[in-house]
Design a protein around this ligand. Structure first.
Ligand code: CA
Length: 366
């Protein structure tokens, strides 16, 4: 009898919810009650302390949410290494010792190779296509599916824009110039570089300048003019190549422990989602703004030549990228599933992009 009345009550609640019962006394009382609950959370990031734009963005997110929620969601942000090492962010949030993390999915390639498609892949989509796919083309749903077994809820929060190809101590005129070259280039880009005969080296950002300056490596990629100059790379190598074929627009993620997420009332969840999207826009436009300003400064430096990779080098790298991705997909069904979805969208988007961005940029040049 008791059980039955509970079922009837539950069904009534469902009906109320389905009929948009937000006007009912019961539902608004529920929201009112939830409004008093305070959440003190921690966020860990993969970025060094004070790292411009990236770490700043994570801190802006926390500050904005605190103001909007009137302190109900209070997030303390820790940079990489302050609470957990940068590359343990995924595990810490997955285990629930920390509620939130900010980084980029390709850092977890060792654990979840297919996550790289939610970050950036060589010759893949730029920020525009990526975000169209993630928000509206099913990309984010796939991303949630990939992260669910790890108790993580992902959402986009930032993009670097198109990166630069990197700093070299000699000119790259053909693929032969890549043979044997020791370059700091991580991820799938590194695999393609290796296939081209290069020697990819793994180095943390803090080691890059010294390694290049002392000749321990021959080349390095980092981000774009703004961050690269901050690192002093314009003093360590002469040739600065574009475009960043290996990272055409690296997407950043906000990841939330799924149990912690489930405890947040709907209004706070919406605040988190909306702020993540807004801060994502802030990060991306900051990148575009600072990169153009830094490029202008770089152009005035006599010790640096800004050069475009020859078309045939890019064509070869593109062919090797296809081979690399196909090989990964043949070994891993999960990777293949996301690769196929990504490719279906990006091929379709390319057609539109040719008529919009590409044609317009061409018209601007002529
Ligand atoms: Ca990079």
């Amino acid at each position: 009898m008791f059980k039955q009345s509970r079922i009837i009550f539950f069904s009534l609640c469902l009906l109320l919810a389905a009929c948009g019962g937000s006007d009912s006394g019961e539902t608004s009382a529920g929201i009112h009650e939830a409004n008093h609950q305070m959440f003190k959370w921690k966020m860990v990031t993969t970025w060094p302390p004070n790292f411009p734009i990236f770490q700043e963005g994570a801190e802006k997110f926390a500050a904005d949410v605190k103001i909007m929620s009137q302190g109900r969601l209070d997030i303390h942000v820790y940079a990489g290494g302050e609470l957990v090492p940068p590359l343990q962010v995924f595990d810490a949030v997955s285990q629930g010792t920390i509620e939130m993390g900010h980084g980029s999915p390709y850092y977890w390639a060792g654990k979840v190779p297919e996550a790289q498609f939610f970050s950036s892949v060589p010759f893949g989509m730029t920020a525009k296509g990526m975000n169209a796919w993630l928000y509206h083309g099913g990309g984010l749903d796939l991303w949630k599916e990939v992260y669910a077994p790890f108790n993580l809820v992902p959402m986009p929060m930032g993009n670097t824009g198109v990166q630069m190809g990197g700093w070299f101590n000699k000119k790259i005129e053909s693929l032969d110039d890549i043979k044997g070259l020791r370059m700091r280039i991580p991820g799938l880009g590194g695999k393609v570089f290796k296939r081209a005969g290069g020697n990819p080296v793994l180095l943390a950002g803090s080691e890059v300048y010294t390694a290049l300056e002392r000749g321990m490596i021959d080349a390095t990629e980092w981000v774009g003019p703004f961050h690269d100059m901050r690192l002093g790379l314009d003093r360590a190598a002469k040739y600065y190549y574009f475009p960043g074929w290996h990272e055409p627009g690296t997407e950043f993620e906000l990841m939330i422990n799924s149990h912690a997420w489930a405890q947040l009332p709907k209004d706070l969840q919406l605040m988190v989602e909306t702020t993540a999207a807004a801060v994502g826009g802030w990060i991306y436009t900051q990148m575009e703004f600072h990169n153009q300003a830094s490029l202008k400064e770089l152009r005035s430096k006599k010790n640096v030549e800004v050069l475009e990779f020859p078309a045939e080098v890019l064509a070869e790298l593109k062919r090797l990228t296809r081979e690399t991705l196909d090989e990964e997909a043949s070994k891993n069904a999960k990777f293949k599933k996301i690769y196929d979805a990504y490719t279906t969208f990006s091929e379709s988007y390319k057609d539109w992009s040719k008529m919009s961005d590409e044609a317009y940029q061409k018209a601007l040049r002529e």
